[in-house]
Ligand binder design. Structure first.
Ligand code: GLN
Length: 492
């Protein structure tokens, strides 16, 4: 380990080793990150809540556990959790006024897994309200700024998680991905984001947006770190009926496998109209790099790509309209002042508690599910979903991995797309179909354009995260895009 590397520039592997070799303690490490958050986060707004006191206590406990000699790998390492994961005794807002006063009495399964492994929670990261958005402009707590260009968005909905990792305010963070919310902000912030297979990570205690699409995963700086995080996050949980009872491999074990002969498919539909040429060029560079490393490249077709966005924007709002019906001002969350009857209580609590985008989704979803339109919209969208899945099934008969850009454009300026929902929804054109098909996908940095990072996306078949992490790690062993960092103005 190189002693000259600043604590905040170290990978999880290095931090874990450093703790074990007593180069620093978890308490020192945790204080270092808390100081950076205090100094730098006012410019980025990547945290909604910083849990300093709890973090320091957890770090002390981790130091004791480390001293005992048999602590898990992430013991003592600070991480940040997206504010969609319930945290016992700590406000969990989902970036909504509706949950601004919500303090859960329990931890999400993912949060529990980190606690058991001795990781330290730095706080809860900012996001789009109820995970609806691609720019983090829909947060009740204000937008998150992209650390590479503070006039631009960090992506969404996990913009706070991506920005905090990019700005080195947290070594790693948890996030969720319903249509791209791990991969798209990871791409726009120049970090690595893994959306696991649907059912790999428990959704218990993760506030529901669209239950058949939502999946938790890590945002880190490297694929190796993502493997370490997934080791902690993945696993069966009987409290989530869609969580799959399948053994969790050690995701770090296969990172160094050779990728000689790996069959990579390039979908021609991902390189057409709407793709920023600079993104296309950076991805072409990545393809050449994979060829150099021995992968076998071929062109493939995913013919229903164009239909994935409209299908998603029926299915996700439909599920959201049902999931968000629980926020009624009665049980928990925001309640309007002085309601004059029950109807008024419902209407004003929801009217005042939800932001515009959330209301738009609820209206669209309720409409698509209504008796008169169910067949025309919801059923049709489910049929398209099946076609999208079949495209992938066909493709995976011939290739191991599908490679393309993560997003059509780099980080855009605040306000640029927020008045045009369709333009904003197209941000997810390359990420949404993996959610519709339940597939794992990873975004990793592969270059930059005018100082803004470009993301490369790899998608593989269900439960083959090892293959994705292996391919991503090998790329990172031969390139340095993931080592680039935004300018740092901190003194710590
Ligand atoms: N941008 C997409 C949406 O707004 C995806 C969000 C997500 O993955 N949570 O729904």
């Amino acid at each position: 380990m190189n002693d000259k590397v600043a604590l905040h520039d170290m990978t999880l592997t290095d931090l874990s080793q450093g703790l074990r070799d007593k180069h620093f303690s978890s308490s020192e490490l945790t204080k270092h990150f808390l100081e950076r958050i205090e100094q730098l986060d006012p410019q980025y707004n990547s945290f909604i809540t910083v849990t300093s006191d709890q973090a320091i206590k957890q770090a002390q406990a981790a130091d004791e556990r480390l001293a005992s000699g048999n602590a898990p790998l992430l013991c003592g390492i600070p991480v940040a959790h997206k504010d969609i994961f319930c945290t016992q005794g700590v406000k969990t807002s989902c970036a909504s006024k509706m949950l601004d006063n919500f303090v859960p009495p329990y931890n999400a399964a993912v949060v529990d897994n980190f606690e058991k492994s001795g990781a330290v929670m730095l706080g809860k990261t900012n996001m789009d309200e109820f995970a609806m958005g691609s720019s983090n402009e829909n947060s009740f707590y204000g937008p998150v700024k992209n650390p590479w260009a503070t006039d631009s968005v960090p992506g969404g909905s996990s913009g706070g998680s991506a920005a905090s990792v990019a700005a080195r305010l947290a070594p790693a963070a948890t996030a969720t991905d319903t249509g791209g919310s791990i991969r798209q902000p990871a791409a726009l912030c120049g970090v690595t984001g893994l959306k696991p297979t649907y059912g790999r990570v428990s959704r218990w205690g993760m506030i529901a947006y669209a239950s058949s699409l939502d999946q938790g995963g890590p945002i880190t700086r490297t694929a190796e770190d993502a493997a370490l995080m997934l080791n902690v996050m993945a696993g069966f949980d009987q409290r989530d009926s869609t969580c799959i009872d399948l053994e969790v491999p050690d995701y770090t074990k296969s990172l160094n496998n050779s990728i000689e002969g790996l069959k990579i498919g390039i979908p021609k539909e991902y390189f057409g109209e709407g793709l920023d040429p600079a993104i296309g060029a950076a991805v072409e560079g990545a393809i050449k790099q994979y060829e150099k490393m021995g992968a076998v490249i071929s062109e493939i077709s995913l013919p229903h790509t164009q239909l994935s966005v409209p299908a998603y924007y029926v299915i996700a709002p439909a599920e959201a309209s049902a999931n968000l019906s629980r926020y009624d001002g009665v049980r928990y969350g925001y309640r309007c002042e002085n309601p004059h009857d029950l109807q008024d209580l419902y209407m004003r609590s929801r009217g005042e508690g939800f932001g515009d985008e959330v209301k738009r989704r609820i209206l669209v979803g309720a409409y698509a599910l209504s008796a008169g339109y169910y067949d025309a919209y919801y059923n049709k969208a489910q049929q398209v979903r099946r076609l999208v899945k079949q495209d992938y099934n066909e493709a995976f008969k011939n290739v191991d991995i599908i490679l393309g850009p993560t997003t059509p454009s780099p980080a855009f300026k605040f306000g640029e797309k927020s008045q045009d929902p369709t333009a904003m929804y197209l941000e997810d054109i390359y990420t949404i179909s993996a959610n519709l098909a339940g597939l794992p996908g990873i975004s990793l940095p592969c270059g930059n354009t005018a100082g803004k990072p470009v993301g490369l996306q790899l998608i593989s078949d269900v439960f083959t995260e090892e293959r994705l992490l292996n391919a991503a790690h090998q790329f990172q062993q031969h390139t340095d895009h993931h080592l680039q960092a935004p300018a740092d103005s901190a003194n710590v």
